[in-house]
Design a protein around this ligand. Structure first.
Ligand code: NDP
Length: 680
């Protein structure tokens, strides 16, 4: 008998006492694994995540968590051959597995790098600007995101056993949540191999990742208001989860990514000679055949202008005829079997339903030529293209989760949008057009119904990642029928796992809470120039109060001459006097900022290594000849960089005039050595 998959629960591998349910190879029908979670103590799993895993992850800063994810992705890179081999049992070709295996590992790398660049080296994320709530500035507000002391349960679909797990794990881990992964039983042996490797690597803190192979049992009963469930799968199961008492009554957050009748629209501008026609046909065939059409993002509805319908149907059919179906291990095979015989039965049933409103244009659901395998034992199915009859409902209701799609026609942009909307909400839609007007009209019409929209044309085709590929940096999820959830989208998905809170406090309290200097809070002016302090010595609030400098007309003239910026407001007294905002010659904003640099600089070699930019620069009050300016610079935020001898310091800069009016405000960004003089 094949091995019974073990769960990783409460710090040890758990093997159910029964024989478990057999899982069969998609091609040969032979047993690959058995699955059972009988006897698993689900309450202990949740308690372990909450009491052991959660506190360990939350003790780390975002940058430390990112460092662990990067190491984990690097380590998993060594497992790819094994995962490719295992995935053959699921029916996946090498090309299919690249999407799942390399796509999953790439997603973890992407999150690691985004977190380093976009999140602070801290445990709290600030959201938006400080709000001044009182006139005197002693009462301020700040939105922030904090980690929740909960657990993230992740219930995944069968079609992406690696990517599906990693794309949920990475953001949850960054957010400080321990994960309990429940893979779909049909392909759980692939997920289990990944989890085993991660656990054996020792990279993740104990308790931050657990695995439940089998059913969820009572798992959800033990969840509460700080916990979340992320689900990918059928609308039917999503409905069961939505009605679960933990979700209905106990505040468990549920994110759903369910089935979706995604469409691809060929623009009205496209003619038989346009390169866009070929791009469209290729895109449809790719989406029908990759993963044997078992992709939540696959194109199920092909929406084309009436005049091109026959041509498109023929072109897609011709390409489908060239798709070799068979053993996914055979290199000549383009499309493997569906994941199981049950799944094939479901797809055949869906095709029968679709035929209520559409006719088959290509393919025979009952028969397919198969290379290198037994057509009877494997879950093979021919690609099937249908042509909808006018006004048919079925193509907008029935999801065939396989290599099946339906062509339908339209006459105007509004009609195409209306057809797309009949899917009642999709993960992704694509529009193939080279007409800017069509692009704007149709995209704005599609947007409310879609989580992501690809606009494909001859200009972006070579670099395009295609209709069906979710990207770590872009939102994955969709409204309505697609489940209403939102995954990926860069740091958005990390923040979705955290709690946003509006904090109201005094400036000093706010600085202490956020570890970022807040306007109005205490500053340190101790005589030592902060540019002489290394990162280790520098403290938030350390301040430079500069000397003053009077800006002369000669300064303005010289700056104009030096830079070539002879805009009339700096050079032509008459024209400047007529300017309603200035009423006379004013200094260049960049002159003011340059003079401020001269006022706050400490010129000798020291720990400040470089100035790498400014953020949020605003010129507030014009500076005229003979105005006197000064600058105050406060260390606002200090971020040590891992694996570097330096870190980043953000300085709050305010330039004021002789009346104490702010003339310019901005953040100065510098790189500062961790020690000075450098150690060693
Ligand atoms: P399911 O909804 O049956 O399964 C998805 C996940 O939910 C699996 O891990 C499954 O576990 C688990 N699950 C099933 N029932 C429950 C329950 N009562 N409580 C908690 N967890 C549960 O989808 P399938 O994978 O079987 O696919 C069926 C259909 O769903 C497809 O034909 C397709 O239409 C759609 N689908 C959509 C996907 C998408 O990404 N949008 C992806 C995959 C499928 P177990 O496997 O152990 O039953």
């Amino acid at each position: 008998m094949s091995p019974l998959l073990e769960s990783y629960a409460a710090g040890r591998w758990f093997r159910a006492p029964d024989e478990g349910r057999p899982i069969l190879d998609a091609t040969s029908g032979e047993e690959v694994a058995r699955v059972s979670s009988q006897g698993l103590d689900h309450s202990a799993v949740v308690a372990h995540a909450r009491d052991v895993g959660g506190p360990a992850v939350r003790a780390l800063t975002f940058h430390e968590r990112a460092g662990i994810l990067k190491a984990l992705a690097t380590d998993l890179g060594q497992l790819t051959d094994e995962l490719y081999a295992l995935s053959l049992h699921t029916g996946a070709t090498r090309r299919d597995s690249a999407v799942d295996v390399d796509g999953g590992i790439g997603t973890v790398f992407s999150y690691a790098s985004k977190a380093r660049r976009e999140l602070p080296d801290d445990m709290v994320v600030l959201d938006g600007a400080l709000e001044q709530l009182g006139r005197r500035g002693t009462f301020v507000g700040q939105h922030l995101y904090a980690s929740r002391p909960g657990v993230a349960v992740q219930i995944n679909a069968f079609n992406f056993p690696v990517w599906g797990m990693l794309e949920k794990l990475a953001p949850a881990f960054l957010a400080g949540l321990p994960s309990i992964v429940k893979p779909a039983s049909q392909t759980a042996y692939v997920t289990a191999a990944v989890v085993r490797r991660i656990i054996e690597s020792g990279l993740l803190p104990e308790g931050s990742l657990q695995l439940v192979c089998g059913t969820t049992g009572t798992l959800l009963d033990h969840l509460g208001a700080q916990d979340s469930v992320g689900f990918t799968g059928s609308a039917h199961t999503a409905g069961i989860l939505r009605r679960h008492p933990s979700v209905l009554d106990h505040g468990v957050r549920l994110g759903v990514e369910a089935d979706s009748l995604n469409c691809s629209i060929l623009g009205l501008d496209v003619t038989a000679d346009s390169p866009e026609l070929d791009l469209f046909v290729k895109g449809v065939v790719t989406e029908m055949t990759v993963k044997t059409g078992q992709k939540c993002t696959a194109i199920r509805r092909i929406i084309v202008p009436e005049a091109l319908a026959d041509e498109v149907t023929e072109a897609i059919s011709a390409r489908l005829a060239a798709v070799t179906v068979g053993d996914p291990a055979d290199e000549s095979v383009r499309m493997g079997p569906l994941v199981s015989l049950e799944q094939r039965d479901q797809v055949r049933t869906a095709i029968e339903k679709l035929r209520g409103g559409a006719d088959i244009a290509y393919g025979d659901p009952a028969h397919v030529e198969v290379v290198g395998a037994d057509a009877q034992r494997g879950a093979f199915l021919s690609p099937v293209l249908l042509r909808a009859r006018p006004g048919a409902d079925e193509p907008h209701d029935v999801e065939p989760f396989g290599p099946v799609s339906t062509v339908m026609t339209y006459g105007s942009n509004a009609e195409a949008i209306a057809l797309a909307a009949r899917g009642r909400g999709s993960l992704v839609g694509s529009l193939v057009t080279h007409d800017p007007g069509v692009a704007r009209d149709v995209v704005l019409g599609l947007a409310p119904w879609h989580g992501r929209i690809l606009v494909l044309d001859r200009d972006d085709a070579a670099e395009s990642t295609g209709h069906g590929s979710p990207l770590p940096t872009l939102v994955h999820g969709g409204p309505g029928r697609a489940g209403g959830g939102e995954e990926l989208g860069g740091i958005r998905s990390v923040l979705n796992h955290m709690q946003r809170t509006a904090v109201q406090a005094s400036p000093d309290a706010m600085t202490a809470i956020t570890r970022r200097w807040t306007k109005g809070s205490a500053r340190t002016v101790d005589g030592a120039h902060p540019f002489r302090k290394s990162l280790r010595e520098l403290r938030v609030g350390d301040t430079i109060e500069s000397a003053t400098r009077t800006v002369t007309l000669d300064d303005i003239d010289q700056f104009a001459e030096l830079t070539g910026d002879t805009f009339y407001a700096h050079t032509d007294p008459e024209a400047a006097a007529a300017n309603p905002l200035f009423g006379g010659i004013v200094a260049h904003g960049y002159l003011v900022v340059s003079l401020a640099g001269g006022l706050f600089v400490e010129p000798n070699p020291g720990p400040v290594l470089a100035n790498f930019g400014v953020d949020n620069l605003r010129f507030l009050t014009p500076v005229k000849a003979d105005d006197t300016i000064r600058v105050t610079l406060v260390a606002k935020q200090i971020t040590a960089r891992a694996n570097a001898d330096y870190g980043e310091v953000r300085w709050d800069a305010v330039v004021t005039n002789q009346d104490d009016d702010p003339v310019a405000t901005y953040d100065v960004l510098t790189l500062v050595a961790k020690t000075w003089p450098p150690e060693g």
